[in-house]
Ligand binder design. Structure first.
Ligand SMILES: [Zn+2]
Length: 132
């Protein structure tokens, strides 16, 4: 069987942003807030090609969250109210913001991870991942 052609990157980014199946663009990736389905309800593409598949998504989430927190921190620097707060209050406050940012980006990290992997190395619905 010839290798499957790569879908356009715009499609991968669109399905990643929409948290949809990278193959058909219709099936939902999540069955709950953070629970990834086993496969697509429309085309049967597996969403768990191999054990530990989403560890890379966790790294992606960490990097995106750290960058967003850095941007938020720089934006907050000119605000004197933040600078005058006690160090402990700043640490707890930024820690809480970090948790919220990390949880907010987690779905998108998982979705972009599988979408970009599918774009790089697409696999057929109902079969194992080509590298798995
Ligand atoms: Zn699908």
């Amino acid at each position: 069987m010839p290798p499957r052609s790569r879908p356009p990157i715009s499609r991968a980014l669109a399905t990643g942003r929409a948290c949809r199946c990278p193959n058909c663009g219709q099936g939902r990736l999540f069955s709950g807030w953070l629970k990834v389905r086993n496969d697509c309800s429309v085309c049967r593409l597996t969403f768990f090609p191999e054990p530990g598949y989403y560890v890379g998504a966790m790294y992606l989430n960490f990097i995106a969250s750290a960058l967003l927190l850095a941007v938020l921190y720089v934006i907050a620097l000119p605000i004197h109210r933040f600078q005058e707060a006690a160090i402990a209050s700043q640490v707890y406050g930024w820690g809480a913001v970090g948790v919220v940012v990390c949880l907010s980006l987690m779905r998108f990290a998982y979705s972009f991870w599988i979408s970009l992997d599918f774009w790089l190395n697409p696999w057929e619905p109902g079969v194992e991942h080509p590298l798995g």
